[in-house]
Structures are given as structure tokens and as C-alpha cells.
Ligand binder design. Structure first.
Ligand SMILES: Nc1ncnc2c1ncn2[C@@H]1O[C@H](COP(=O)(O)OP(=O)(O)OP(=O)(O)O)[C@@H](O)[C@H]1O
Length: 265
């Protein structure tokens, strides 16, 4: 395997304390859908307080890695820990927030942005789901953190793609998640939304959250991410973006000559 050791990852930021459990650790994860081998023996470890960019061609296994980390897709072999807990326990404790590529949401359903964010508090409420002051405060704070305060009462279906992504990030923040898995948060969003999302994610990292972000935007990775993972069913490389996004490794992962600027040659 051509992987750069995770422990050396990230030139810009010092690695977190060696004693802290990694935010995410996957060991030898293999996932198969029938005859399709989607992930093969993938091992990686991402320390707390990092932004890790996940890159790979279409069908390289990025979404599968996220769902395997969440424990939503069963691995044929291997194991995953989130902050030292198994995925089901981490989900139950609200430690992890997952923003899939497209949410299974009926966008026509009359639910307000604030209601979506309040869903992050459901795990802390009783069966009647009656919000208390602390719940309302957490929602307000999460909306403010993601720049959505002014849209709190708008119907979720009336938001742009980028605003919706931020609403689901806000739901994770209200939930108290420490680790976020964001599947293509920049897909289909305009430049302004992209800049806002980048700012929100960087701010979350600075507060100690860990973010795994899958993206096709090679050019944006060095500015946003402390480390990068290149996936092609197997782990091609993991380390500082400058060491991972080399022409040779991009060729290995994408099968075509590609440049970090995002253009294929
Ligand atoms: N539910 C499923 N059933 C069968 N095959 C699947 C399923 N989900 C994914 N696959 C296959 O597994 C492989 C990895 O898919 P995955 O969606 O994880 O890749 P990806 O890197 O996220 O792709 P993209 O960039 O296009 O979103 C692909 O070959 C895909 O066709």
C-alpha cells in the first residue's frame, strides 16, 4: 500500500495529543454489496480537531466509507471506532453528525429550518418531545453558528442547496456532535455558499470538532483540510494534502492525469 502514515498527517496543524482517542479509526474495513467490492481493507485514523478531505473518483467508495463509519452499512470485515466508541454507541450518545449527499427528506413537507435543527435535540427530550430552554438555546446557537438565524422560520424546502447543507450541520451542532461526516457538502452549491460553508467548517474545527469531508474539489482541499485521504476502493494515500495530491497518486486514484487545480489533463 502506498499510504502515508496518518500519524504524520497535517503539516499546518500540530497533531492532537497522543493520549486522546482518535476521532475516527477504521481498521481493515471491507464492504461488499453482493458482487461489488466497494471497500477493501481500508484502515485510517483521524485525530480530533482536524478536517480530513476524502477524495476519489465516482464509485471509489467514499459514501460507503461514511456509512460504514456510521455503522449504517455492515462491513464484511474490519472495525470502526468513533472517539473510542463503536458506531452504534457513538450514534446513541449523539457524538457523531452525518450529512449525507442528499437527505431523505420530503422537501415539500412544511417543516421549518428551526424544526430541522431541533431534531438534533430529540435524543435529549422525553417521548413528548417538548423543548426546554436549553434545547431552544442550543438550536439558536447552532443557527447562529451556521449563519442561518435569519432563515430560522423559513420552510426547509425553500432553502438553497448550500443552505440546506448548513441546516443539517446545524442539526448536528445542536445535537452536540463532536465528529461530523459530510458527504459532498460543496456539491451543487454556488461560490458564495461554498465560502460560507468553508468558513463554518473551519470555525467548527477551531472549536475542536473533527470533520471528514468528501469532495470532488481538489483545488479547495489544501485551503480547507489539514489532511487528505485518496480512495480507490483501497486507501491510496493519507497525509498532508501536499503529499497526497501528487500527480502520481491522483493518476492512481482517478485513472487519469489530474492536477490539484482540479483539471484533468
Ligand atoms: N446499495 C448499493 N448496492 C450495490 N452497490 C452499491 C450500493 N451502494 C454503492 N454501491 C457500489 O459501491 C461502489 C462504491 O460506491 P460509493 O457510492 O460508496 O462511491 P462514491 O465514491 O461515494 O461515489 P460518488 O463519488 O459517485 O458518490 C460503487 O461501485 C457503487 O456502484
Amino acid at each position: 500500500m502506498n499510504a502515508v502514515e496518518t500519524e504524520t498527517a497535517g503539516a499546518a496543524r500540530p497533531a492532537p495529543e497522543a493520549t486522546a482517542p482518535p476521532a475516527v479509526r477504521a481498521e481493515g474495513v471491507t464492504v461488499r454489496y453482493g458482487d461489488v467490492l466497494a471497500l477493501e481493507d481500508v484502515s485510517l485514523s483521524v485525530g480530533q480537531g482536524r478536517i480530513c478531505g476524502l477524495l476519489g473518483a465516482n464509485g471509489s467508495g467514499k459514501s460507503t466509507l461514511f456509512t460504514a463509519i456510521m455503522g449504517l452499512t455492515a462491513a464484511e470485515s474490519g472495525s470502526v471506532c468513533i472517539l473510542g466508541a463503536d458506531p452504534a454507541a457513538a450514534r446513541k450518545r449523539g457524538l457523531v453528525g452525518y450529512v449525507p449527499q442528499s437527505e431523505q427528506v420530503d422537501w415539500a413537507f412544511p417543516v421549518r429550518v428551526a424544526d430541522v435543527v431541533m431534531m438534533g435535540r430529540y435524543g435529549r427530550m422525553g417521548p413528548a418531545r417538548r423543548p426546554r430552554r436549553a434545547d431552544r438555546a442550543a438550536v439558536e446557537q447552532a443557527l447562529e453558528r451556521t449563519g442561518l438565524s435569519d432563515l430560522a422560520h423559513r420552510q426547509i424546502g425553500a432553502l438553497s442547496g448550500g443552505q440546506r447543507k448548513r441546516a443539517f450541520v446545524a442539526r448536528g451542532l445542536a445535537q452536540g456532535a463532536r465528529v461530523f461526516l459530510l458527504d459532498e457538502p460543496f456539491a451543487g452549491v454556488d461560490k458564495r455558499s461554498e465560502a460560507t460553508i468553508t468558513e463554518v467548517l473551519s470555525g467548527m474545527r477551531d472549536e475542536g470538532h473533527t470533520l471528514l469531508v468528501s469532495t470532488h474539489d481538489l483545488a479547495g482541499v489544501p485551503g480547507l483540510c489539514d489532511e487528505a485521504v485518496l480512495l480507490q476502493r483501497r486507501l491510496v494515500a493519507h497525509g498532508p494534502p501536499a503529499e497526497v495530491l501528487t500527480p502520481q497518486r491522483l493518476l492512481e486514484a482517478f485513472g487519469i492525469a489530474a492536477h490539484p487545480e482540479g483539471t484533468a489533463a
